[in-house]
Design a protein around this ligand. Structure first.
Ligand SMILES: C[S@@+](CC[C@H](N)C(=O)[O-])C[C@H]1O[C@@H](n2cnc3c(N)ncnc32)[C@H](O)[C@@H]1O
Length: 106
């Protein structure tokens, strides 16, 4: 999946105010889509409905996506599943209460 493919169908700021712009998603992809990150774990603090998580999932071997908004991450899980993204673990987590993973070599 290329970033052009993703930007064609993923919600961006024009359609969904809570997510980032298409340019921001492209910038994230261009920064992280490199061999040095391909075997690493990425973390997204505040993933909302996983519209950017899907970009990170192309760049890292696995992504931990955290958010304290249960309804948003339920939508996000369905969004990832419906696009066959299987390398993301979503945590319903209040960020001020710590990090939910013991092994955080990210
Ligand atoms: C602007 S949205 C994030 C958009 C998302 N990163 C994207 O690119 O589509 C901010 C998210 O951060 C979450 N958030 C804000 N404060 C938080 C906190 N203290 N703990 C966990 N999540 C938090 C909100 O629930 C919301 O879903």
């Amino acid at each position: 999946m290329t970033i052009d493919d993703i930007i064609r169908w993923v919600p961006t700021k024009n359609a969904e105010m809570m997510t980032t712009t298409g340019q921001s998603k492209r910038d994230v992809y261009e920064f992280f889509h490199k061999p040095e990150f391909a075997d690493k774990i990425g973390v997204e603090f505040g993933c909302y409905q996983c519209h950017s998580t899907i970009v990170l999932a192309q760049c890292f071997k696995h992504v931990y996506a955290l958010d304290n908004w249960a309804d948003a991450i339920a939508v996000g899980r369905k969004f990832l599943d419906s696009h066959g993204i299987d390398n993301v673990t979503i945590f319903h987590q209040e960020l001020y209460n710590g990090f939910p993973v013991a092994d955080y070599r990210v």
